[in-house]
Design a protein around this ligand. Structure first.
Ligand SMILES: C[S@@+](CC[C@H](N)C(=O)[O-])C[C@H]1O[C@@H](n2cnc3c(N)ncnc32)[C@H](O)[C@@H]1O
Length: 199
């Protein structure tokens, strides 16, 4: 009998190996933007963004795992966080709670490699919610051997990521390949930021 291990995503958090400040600093937030944590998991990025980087902003924490969204709703109530909006939705479908061209900055951390056949749908949905002058930041595991993270086969290289996004009119404006946890080959991750091509 062959047992196929599904690449499990739900309920995972990068909090114990990726520093929220290192990531959010890269995004150069001014403090009043609308931000989306796409595939937020436990929401440690969304919460840090609200607490420290977006005092006058608005944060959407989006995930399709109901437990994560329920926990974030509890957090919101207990801490009286008015500008955190927790949305249970499929990123590769239409997120009806988020209007077209309403988000300044999207961050998708350690999620993109999980999309297979529906990667194009996910890219199009991120593009739909992003303002024309907004930015989409994708942070992913570097495609090299390391002690943690998904298997090499499912990882997406910076070149592949750039190509997939450029197929949808999204232009790479920034790449940092020296970010994340220390590994023998350097750093565990890369961060790529895209903008909509102006027609
Ligand atoms: C590896 S976890 C990363 C969580 C968080 N971004 C972090 O880095 O701590 C991937 C997250 O993406 C969510 N996810 C996967 N596919 C999704 C989809 N199609 N729509 C919404 N969320 C999704 C999972 O439920 C999970 O919370």
């Amino acid at each position: 009998m062959v047992i196929i291990m599904e690449h499990r995503h739900h309920g995972k958090s990068s909090a114990n190996f990726l520093d929220a400040d290192e990531i959010l600093t890269e995004l150069d937030l001014k403090g009043n933007e609308t931000f989306m944590d796409a595939g937020c998991g436990d929401g440690y990025i969304a919460i840090k963004a609200i607490d420290k980087y977006l005092p006058d902003g608005k944060v959407y924490a989006v995930d399709n795992y109901p437990q994560s969204i329920n926990d974030l709703e509890e957090y919101k109530k207990e801490n009286n966080v008015g500008n955190l909006f927790n949305v249970e939705a499929d990123l590769a479908g239409e997120i009806s709670e988020i209007e077209k061209a309403s988000v300044d900055v999207v961050l998708m951390l350690n999620v993109f490699h999980g999309f297979k056949k529906n990667a194009d749908e996910a890219i199009l949905e991120l593009k739909r919610v992003t303002k024309d002058d907004g930015r989409i930041a994708i942070m992913e595991f570097a495609p090299v051997e390391m002690q943690f993270g998904p298997s090499l086969e499912v990882r997406v290289s910076p070149d592949e990521l750039e190509k997939q996004f450029s197929n949808h009119g999204l232009k790479k404006i920034y790449l940092n390949e020296d970010i994340g946890a220390e590994i023998p080959d350097g750093k565990s991750h890369y961060l790529m930021i895209f903008k909509k091509e102006q027609i």
